[in-house]
Design a protein. Structure first.
Length: 59
């Protein structure tokens, strides 16, 4: 669910996920793993990047 939310936000802003991962200092493919594992402490940075709450990403 988290991955799909981040992906949708990125698409609405014409941002490639790979570019977002680089901008946030995340390893390639990080977002895809967040559906299977608990997100790292970078989730708050992703929320700030998109100007949304962490709760928005988790819903």
């Amino acid at each position: 669910m988290i991955f799909e939310t981040i992906q949708a936000l990125a698409e609405t802003r014409n941002v490639h996920l790979e570019a977002l991962e680089i901008a946030l200092g995340l390893p390639e493919g990080t977002f895809r793993t967040w559906n299977q594992t608990a997100p790292c402490n970078k989730l708050a940075e992703v929320a700030r990047y998109f100007h949304v709450s962490v709760e928005t990403l988790l819903n």
